[in-house]
Design a protein around this ligand. Structure first.
Ligand code: SF4
Length: 198
């Protein structure tokens, strides 16, 4: 299959941006952010896509010439089989997993670190340089755990990118969060106009 023929719009023009596939792995989450477009929460139905479907989608995306695959939810690291999906994808294409960073400790962090692929990034939601800015819409205590998650990921050698949703609580302070997140955090797909993760 000639992927160059597919990476064109309906008028036959070359695509302006590299094609990216977004895979929603599940819809439950340890948080219940007030602005969550997926309406995720601890009570949301999981609706897990499962490794077989995710791997099939990755294969199709690679065959079609997609340049990057994003795994999002819900919170993907609730799933015990997320590592299998990430390892499969990262072996084939640039792969980013979106997370609130709060669960990446102990065995979860170790399993993610063990994938050990230069193709893999973790995109962590960080809505500000202070707890007040971040917690206003994400919940009390979430900023502190996200910051710790970023530090643990970075120490484990996992590439970290940040994602921010601009809100009334953090508007005007968007760049301050990079100073708080510390050296090693790389501002990748961040979209202050709206959190791309959900
Ligand atoms: S915005 Fe992200 S972290 Fe917040 S409830 Fe939705 S999926 Fe969970």
């Amino acid at each position: 299959m000639d992927s160059t023929l597919l990476l064109r719009d309906q008028d036959g023009c070359a695509a302006a941006f590299p094609w990216k596939l977004w895979i929603y792995t599940n819809f439950d989450c340890n948080l219940r952010c007030s602005y969550c477009v997926a309406r995720s929460s601890p009570n949301a139905a999981r609706r897990a896509i499962g490794p077989a479907n995710a791997m099939r989608l990755v294969d199709e995306a690679v065959a079609l010439g997609f340049r990057q695959v994003f795994f999002t939810g819900g919170e993907p690291f609730i799933l015990p089989d997320i590592y299998e999906m990430l390892a499969y994808s990262a072996a084939r294409v640039r792969t980013t997993v979106l997370t609130n960073g709060m669960l990446l400790r102990g065995p979860r962090l170790e399993r993610l670190r063990a994938i050990n692929s230069p193709n893999l990034s973790a995109q962590v939601s960080l809505d500000g340089a202070t707890a007040a800015q971040h917690d206003a819409l994400r919940g009390t205590g979430s900023w502190e755990k996200a910051i710790e998650g970023i530090r643990l990921l970075t120490a484990a050698g996992v590439r970290v990118e940040l994602s921010t949703t601009e809100t009334d609580a953090n508007s005007g302070h968007i760049d301050d969060r990079l100073l708080e997140a510390g050296a090693g955090a790389d501002d990748g797909e961040h979209d202050a106009g709206g959190d791309r993760e959900r």
